[in-house]
Ligand binder design. Structure first.
Ligand SMILES: [Zn+2]
Length: 73
């Protein structure tokens, strides 16, 4: 049986390092752009600079989302 290495991309929260879970599985995609699109489609936040924040609600996540919103405004 041949063995092939497959490169994939998963969205990871910049704050808590949680990876995007969809249907009980870590979502792995072919490109970083797809991974980011899926994250944003699942209510993650684009923090800018290629960073993402998951949907967790605590001071660190809330502050990061607030800072990103101010930067975007
Ligand atoms: Zn997080």
């Amino acid at each position: 049986m041949p063995i092939r290495q497959i490169v994939c991309h998963a969205a990871e929260c910049d704050l808590c390092k949680q990876r995007l879970i969809v249907d009980d599985g870590e979502l792995r995609l072919d490109t970083p752009e797809q991974a980011a699109d899926w994250a944003l489609g699942n209510e993650w936040t684009d923090l800018g600079g290629g960073r993402l924040a998951c949907t967790a609600s605590d001071a660190a996540h809330d502050d990061a989302r607030d800072a990103a919103a101010l930067t975007a405004a």
